[in-house]
Structures are given as structure tokens and as C-alpha cells.
Design a protein around this ligand. Structure first.
Ligand code: MLT
Length: 392
């Protein structure tokens, strides 16, 4: 019996697990200290009242034989897919319900999708980026190349038309830097992917934080993307569903490789390995897309963006260089006093009792940077700001 090859190459701990372990160790040694957690991007505001109403109503339905439901249709219920279809229609995009696959979130989707590709592919992964892409590509035995996202290119790498890759990860707005591609910039990636036959895995988890229409809200705003892209979305950040678990992927019917439809392959994979998202959760997600639900969710997003502005003001006052916070819930700062990412993490935890995420955990270009999540409560953000102000 042999265990998986990736066990020899993958780093010991998933980034957020490493941060969480450090936090637990600190709490154990310092039980009296209150820690402000601005590490993992986990929401702090409660669910919208419309969402709660939908959960209660769906729960009641499940308790009556006349309205009880068992397995969900594999790709999700039409009531939710039709709402999603409407969201795309508002952007001028036609998506059919059989191109929408409801799931338990973008994190699972972005790793599960690799099942439909041969491990004999080369993935292009931005550096820095959400570490799931690299870890799962390694788990699937893919070859890996990096696209450098650095200050000099505003953390937005451009395609290199002289190089051929097979799978391209794009996260826009980017986690962790907050940099977002405009539609014009995105078109270049689409032209590149179409020219070399690559498939773009487009993570739009932070789309609801986008400030204006120059930025790409969906890759399908650029029509040529239908032959080269799959989009992933999540209700986690747009509707506070981190604990509810719901997301979806869009795989266009036009997308084919080796004369095989990727929509067919994803349907085949989904129906074999997944039994659908609970009815109650799908009703909750539907409610978050109702007019009243959307208003409530937008209020929460505004709150997190105000947190980002409060934090940004503090870093400006301290002359600490930072990025992001406008199209994203994250502030990406240059570690002060030449500290590296983990040194700054330890400094903040030990001296100010603040948790953030070390930039190096998102890739080698993240070294000497640090990410603050603005999903914390206003009170915690304000407390963190006054602690930071007194220390630099
Ligand atoms: C993050 O902190 O990067 C995200 O919350 C993690 C996730 O979405 O899985």
C-alpha cells in the first residue's frame, strides 16, 4: 500500500490551519488575553432577516409530509438557478440553468473541478493567491507555473503569449491583494486562453465588493470567454454564508476540449461524487437574491468596506504602505520595519494580540506582506486600529 505522492511535496499545514494552530497555542498560554481575529476571511455579521425567514419556512416544509423533500436535484433546484440566471441577465449575460451547478461552496468546486482534467496539464497560478489553488493542483499531480503578481504590475499579472499553459487560475478581485482586473485586462487573458486552448478557472468569490463597472464582475461579461472559462461563485462573502455552505459554478455549453463538452464532464463528475446542497440552504441562498435580501446583504458589504476604510486611514497615518480594501474586504500591507510575514504575525500576536494572515502563506511574492481581513466587527477593527496607532 502506498500513500499519495503529494504527501511528500505539500507543505505541512494548510495556511489557515497554521494560523489557527498559532492562535490556539497563544490562547492556551494566555487565557486572560482577548485576541482580535482579522485572520481568515470569516464574516462577523449575522445572516439577513430574509435569509432566516426562508430557513424557517423551508424547515417547516421539511416537517410536513406534503412538502417534505429528499435528495436535491444534483445540480441544484431550479428556484435557485433561476434567481442566479436573473443575476447574470442583469449583467447582460445569458446563462442557462443547465450551465449552473449548485454546490457547497467555491473552495470545494475549485478543487473538485480538477477531476475533469488530466493530471498531465500545466496550471498557471498567480503568486500570491488563495492557497487552495496550489495545494489542490499539487494534490492532483499537476505541473505548476506561477504568474508573478507584484507591486510593479499592480498585482495583476498579464498573459505571456510566448508560453503555453493548460489551466489558468484567476481570482478577481484577488485574495489576498484586493487587485481587480478591468474588462479590458480580462479580455487579454481570454484571448490568450483561446489562442492556446487553455481553460480559465475564474474565482469570483469577491465580486460583490467591486466598486465600479470598469472592473470585471463576471468573466462572461466578455462573450469570447464562453469557449475558455468556468466561473465559480460563493454566497460566503456576498451573503455571509461561511457557515451555511453554498456556492455555484457556471460551465458554458460552448466549452469543449478534445471534442468533449466540459459541461457534460462536470455534470458526470457532480452526479457521481456529490449529492447536492440541502433544500433549506438552497432556499436561504434564493432569499439572499430576493430584492429585500439583496438590500440587506449590500448593507453588510458596505459595513465591511467601511471597516476597510477605517483600517486604511490608520495605515495612512502610520505611513505603512498598503493595497486593496476598495474592491475587496482585505487590506494587503507591506510589513513595517523590514519584518518578514511570520515575524510580523508573531509581533502582532504577542504584543498587540491581533491575528492577521502572513503574506508568505499566499506565495513567495507575499513574503514581507501581511493580510488583514475586514470581515471583523466594527468594535474589533476600531480596537485593532488604536492598538496599531500606539505601536508604530
Ligand atoms: C480567506 O480567508 O482567504 C478565505 O476566507 C478562505 C476561504 O474562503 O476559504
Amino acid at each position: 500500500m502506498k500513500i499519495a505522492n503529494w504527501s511528500k511535496t505539500l507543505k505541512n499545514n494548510f495556511l489557515f490551519q497554521a494560523v489557527s494552530d498559532k492562535l490556539e497555542e497563544f490562547k492556551e498560554k494566555n487565557p486572560e488575553k482577548e485576541v482580535i481575529n482579522m485572520g481568515i476571511g470569516d464574516v462577523s455579521l449575522p445572516l439577513a432577516s430574509e435569509v432566516i425567514r426562508a430557513c424557517i419556512s423551508a424547515t417547516n416544509e421539511m416537517g410536513k409530509s406534503s412538502s417534505f423533500r429528499g435528495y436535491s436535484p444534483n445540480g441544484g433546484y431550479d428556484f435557485l438557478k433561476l434567481k442566479i440566471k436573473d443575476e447574470y441577465k442583469n449583467l447582460g449575460i445569458l446563462v442557462n440553468t443547465d450551465e449552473i451547478f449548485i454546490s457547497d461552496g467555491a473552495k470545494s468546486d475549485m478543487s473538485n473541478i480538477l477531476d475533469i482534467f488530466s493530471s498531465d496539464n500545466t496550471c498557471l497560478i498567480p503568486d500570491p493567491v488563495y492557497p487552495v489553488y496550489l495545494d489542490t493542483s499539487i494534490m492532483n499531480g499537476m505541473k505548476i507555473e506561477f504568474a508573478n503578481a507584484v507591486e510593479q504590475n499592480n498585482f495583476l499579472p498579464e498573459p505571456d503569449f510566448n508560453k503555453k499553459v493548460d489551466i489558468i487560475y484567476i481570482c478577481s478581485p484577488n485574495n489576498p491583494t484586493g487587485a481587480a482586473y478591468t474588462k479590458i485586462q480580462m479580455k487579454r487573458w481570454i484571448d490568450y486562453a483561446n489562442s492556446c486552448g487553455a481553460v480559465i478557472l475564474y474565482d469570483a468569490a469577491y465580486e460583490s465588493f467591486i466598486e465600479d463597472d470598469n472592473f470585471c464582475r463576471s468573466i462572461f461579461e466578455i462573450p469570447e470567454s464562453k469557449t475558455c472559462a468556468i466561473e465559480f461563485k460563493s454566497f460566503s462573502k456576498s451573503a455571509g454564508f461561511t457557515g451555511m455552505r453554498c456556492g455555484y459554478s457556471i460551465v458554458p455549453k460552448e466549452l469543449k476540449r478534445e471534442n468533449v463538452s466540459l459541461n457534460y464532464l462536470w455534470t458526470r463528475r457532480h452526479s457521481t461524487k456529490f449529492n447536492g446542497v440541502p433544500y433549506i440552504i438552497q432556499r436561504a441562498a434564493e432569499a439572499s437574491l430576493s430584492e429585500a435580501g439583496k438590500k440587506e446583504c449590500q448593507k453588510s458589504i458596505k459595513y465591511y468596506k467601511e471597516n476597510a476604510q477605517i483600517l486604511a486611514k490608520t495605515f495612512n497615518q502610520l505611513s505603512i504602505k498598503f493595497f486593496g480594501g476598495l474592491n475587496s474586504p482585505y487590506l494587503w500591507i507591506k510589513c513595517p520595519n523590514n519584518m518578514n510575514s511570520w515575524e510580523f504575525f508573531d509581533y502582532l500576536l504577542q504584543n498587540l494580540n491581533i491575528i492577521g494572515t502572513p503574506g508568505s502563506g499566499f506565495g513567495k511574492n507575499g513574503e514581507n506582506y501581511f493580510r488583514f481581513s475586514c470581515f471583523a466587527s466594527r468594535e474589533d477593527v476600531q480596537k485593532a486600529c488604536s492598538k496599531l496607532t500606539g505601536s508604530f
